[in-house]
Design a protein around this ligand. Structure first.
Ligand SMILES: [Zn+2]
Length: 445
């Protein structure tokens, strides 16, 4: 039967159980799914396909999965850097969000984020923010796949001026998006144990559980958070959440920088996954998450960039590079966080962490076709002994040439096909001028 698309003339990094890498490989796609993967036999015509994509001897690998984002925060990229988390949040981010995040700005910020992610090889992300309807609409239009959550916080927030409505608003978002688009999986995101009450978190977790969706929460990002939790709750944050009953296999904890051995055991026992955000943790001076012991304990660990204000890019190739090096320098051990481990975190483990492992992850028959093609005809990628090594230590998002999500090419020859990139950048620059003027005005006062 004729394939819809055949990508050929490629080194295929499958990330399947055998970690197979196929030289002179090809991937065939039909009805949005991967129909065949293998080596092209010499002297044999290629299988019939409606669209042929010649990878030009480049690398085909699974689309990268960004396990933690706040998409509209692209609007705040570079607005304020080099500040401690508390001041950065209280003095800059929360006021900027209150003044500038509305359904329209959230949509334009999310559109820019989707454009940036797709062009740099990310095909799926796991998001939590306000005005989640706008985020979901932007993701839908971009052609990306995502888990998207409405944020829950016990303060007035953009679109939720009355915090007593926070969980209800998040649950309504899930109900609205449960069956609306195959590429969008709704979720509920509590900001943190220090911005949500015990009751808010348990109600939110119950709402997520009843709907069978992922519950996300930032946990133990800073040492100060742990100190305050011990003082206020008599327990460290992960222990506190476990006592509340909000940790299970449909929960995702984000950051987990300051978690101890007992908390690692708790996460493993609860089968709760973690999203590791090394660049954000480094930039905010938060610390180093214990990723090596977490993975040894069997905690599924995905990799995330966090929002653009604390990273400041959404390039998962840069994030993989950072993750690999951070754990080596921290542990004085070059065998920590190997290239294979880090690519797994950005692909197959990310899929498990965000609850999508049944449909995406490795390049294997039956999975949805979320694939990227990397152009290796660059001096920084020659020679190539091992494409997995290059993915972590040499490639950047700018090397991505074609991107396919759910069987559709959304980037072809480094051009975004699904949205008008110039229009998006113009609009975001316009928002940037307003936000920048406003912050300068504040600082003068
Ligand atoms: Zn975050």
């Amino acid at each position: 039967m004729t394939l819809d698309t055949l990508i050929h003339n490629a080194t295929v990094v499958t990330m399947n159980a055998a970690c197979g890498i196929i030289a002179n490989g090809m991937v065939g796609v039909r009805n949005g799914s991967i129909e065949m993967v293998g080596a092209a036999p010499p002297q044999t015509p290629l299988p019939a396909a409606s669209v042929l994509v010649d990878a030009g001897g480049g690398v085909v690998m699974p689309g990268l999965i960004n396990a933690h984002t706040h998409l509209p925060m692209t609007l705040f990229r570079g607005l304020a850097d080099d500040l401690p988390l508390h001041r950065w949040l209280q003095d800059i981010m929360f006021p900027a969000e209150a003044a500038h995040i509305d359904p329209d700005s959230a949509r334009w910020g999310a559109r820019l984020a989707c454009a940036e992610m797709l062009l740099s090889g990310t095909t799926c992300c796991c998001d939590g923010y306000f005005h989640a309807d706008s985020v979901a609409e932007a993701v839908k239009e971009s052609g990306m796949r995502a888990v998207i959550a409405q944020g829950v916080i016990d303060f007035p927030a953009p679109g939720v001026p009355d915090p007593t409505m926070n969980v209800e608003t998040a649950a309504r978002f899930v109900d609205n998006w449960q069956d609306r688009c195959d590429r969008i999986t709704p979720s509920i995101f509590c900001h943190a144990p220090y911005t949500c009450s015990a009751e808010t978190m348990t109600t939110a977790k119950t709402a997520a559980g009843e709907r069978g969706v992922l519950f996300q929460i930032h946990v133990s990002e800073t040492e100060e958070e742990v100190r305050n939790s011990l003082e206020k709750n008599g327990a460290r944050p992960v222990q506190y959440l476990n006592d509340l009953g909000v940790l299970d296999e449909q929960s995702l904890v984000v950051h987990g920088v300051w978690i101890d051995a007992a908390e690692i055991r708790t996460l493993a026992r609860r089968r709760t996954a973690m999203a590791h955000c090394p660049s954000s943790n480094m930039k905010l001076g938060a610390g180093v998450a214990p990723v090596v012991p977490l993975r040894e304990a069997g905690v599924v660990t995905g990799l995330g960039t966090d929002g653009s204000a604390s990273n400041n890019t959404l390039d998962m190739f840069r994030e993989m590079n950072t993750a690999a090096k951070l754990h080596k320098v921290h542990r004085h051990d070059p065998t920590a966080a190997t290239a294979e481990t880090v690519v797994a975190m950005a692909t197959i483990e990310g899929a498990r962490a965000i609850g999508l492992a049944e449909i995406i992850g490795p390049i294997e028959v039956g999975k949805r076709a979320d694939l990227i093609v990397i152009d290796t005809a660059h001096p920084h990628l020659a020679p190539m002994y091992n494409p997995v090594s290059h993915a972590v230590y040499a490639m950047t998002g700018a090397d991505v040439r074609h991107v396919m999500v759910d069987g559709h090419l959304v980037v072809r020859d480094k051009t975004l096909l699904s949205m008008d990139l110039e229009e998006i950048m113009d609009k975001v620059r316009w928002y940037g001028k307003r936000i920048g003027r406003d912050i300068a005005h504040h600082q003068k006062e």
